[in-house]
Design a protein around this ligand. Structure first.
Ligand code: NAD
Length: 354
């Protein structure tokens, strides 16, 4: 299949490109603007493959996107490019509206213009897969509730509001213009090549540097966690076998409080990289002022994608976290150059991933 991946230099997009390009029957075209979050080093293992190509472009440039769709005779678009960091969306929401809302609108327009020019057999085959987050569903109480595909949208942060808007646009382009759209909403991802401003890599790297491990509020906020390569496999399934017009929730069956996540990282590091004089990394945990509008809990029901598309996660939270920590211990060549003091500050310490 000939697939255009947007945001393929980011955390999840690079996992998707690595997965797809390993199959020689695929041709993968990665379109990315290379913002601060984009890193071509994440694609080192595939960038020499003949079936992979990188194009530096902005998704807001619909003419450029249309040219690529035509030149590469694309059969499916997997749209991941976005501004993804909640804390940044609080400090500067404009970029989130620009990329996540207007950028998605432009992507949809380019895809629609391209799709209209295809033969009816190619139109039938074509898919526009819009990739989104469970944060669009908003805040759950600590003790009850779970997001299904029918849960009404109630976003709390500028990030989740921008993603909710883009989901609605994607659905509208299917309902109004007939573009074959599929959607997916996923819980928090973690794993290799995760930018060091996000909770799990930040805590691992701060711990190795003997810096404070900041936790928002009392650390009781709950998130569901999924290993990024399990998400990439789910996304491939949705893009290739999902039913047009449907959306699929994707999650890890792994609800953890932020404090539990940080404590688990400390406990694994205590084993793998013991501190001096028998101290525990848990001693570095520091509680900081909570984020405004911080949703209490997200929990996602992924039974539809399991039942209908046959997806199963392969990593539990414990095995995935151990693999992730091993990866950060072994790959300073990747994170060393992008790690800087500004990502070790208190405010960025317990960020929710996008
Ligand atoms: P990321 O921030 O790591 O990567 C985003 C990528 O998009 C970067 O490579 C960046 O350069 C690129 N980009 C940004 N603006 C662009 C533009 N205007 N044109 C072209 N490229 C642009 O994000 P991520 O964590 O990999 O998330 C990818 C997608 O998955 C996002 O849509 C996000 O909402 C969604 N998602 C993320 C998570 C998560 O836990 N990280 C969970 C569910 C859904």
């Amino acid at each position: 299949m000939r697939i255009l991946v947007t945001g393929g230099a980011g955390f999840i997009g690079s996992a998707v490109c690595r997965l797809l390009a390993r199959n020689p029957d695929n041709r993968v075209v990665n379109v990315d603007k290379l913002t601060y979050a984009g890193n071509l080093a994440s694609l080192r293992e595939i960038d020499n493959l003949p079936n992979y190509r990188f194009v530096k472009a902005d998704i807001c440039d619909d003419a450029a996107v249309l040219d690529i769709l035509k030149a590469e005779e694309i059969e499916a678009v997997m749209h991941l490019a976005a501004e993804s960091h909640v804390d940044r969306s609080i400090d500067g929401p404009g970029a989130f509206v620009e990329t996540n809302v207007i950028g998605t609108f432009r992507m949809l327009n380019a895809a629609l213009a391209y799709w209209k020019g295809l033969s009816s057999a190619s139109q039938e085959r074509f898919r526009f897969h819009h990739i989104s987050t469970d944060e669009v569903f908003g805040d759950l109480p600590f003790d009850s509730g779970i997001f299904t595909e029918e849960t009404p949208y109630a976003p709390s942060s500028p990030y989740s509001a921008s993603k909710a808007a883009s989901d609605h646009f994607a659905r509208a382009w299917h309902e109004t213009y007939g573009l074959p759209v599929v959607l997916s909403n996923c819980s928090n991802n973690y794993g290799p090549y995760h930018f060091p401003e996000k909770l799990i890599p930040l805590v691992i790297l701060n711990a190795l540097d003997e810096r404070p491990l900041p936790v928002y509020g009392n650390g009781a906020n709950v998130r569901d966690w999924l290993y990024v390569e399990d998400h990439a496999r789910a996304l491939e399934l949705v893009a290739t076998t999902g039913v047009v017009g449907e959306s699929y929730n994707i999650g890890g069956h792994a609800e953890r409080t932020n404090l539990e996540v940080v404590q688990s990282i400390c406990d694994i590091l205590d084993q793998k990289r013991p501190r001096k004089r028998g101290a525990s990394y848990r001693d570095l945990i520091t509680f900081v002022t909570d984020r405004p509008g911080h949703d209490r809990r997200y929990a996602i029901d992924s039974s539809k994608i399991e039942r209908e598309l046959g997806w199963r996660r392969q990593e539990s939270f414990d095995t995935g976290l151990a693999r992730t920590i091993d990866w950060y211990l072994d790959n300073e060549w990747w994170w060393g150059p992008i790690r800087s003091d500004r990502y070790a500050g208190e405010r960025l310490g317990v960020a929710k991933t996008g």
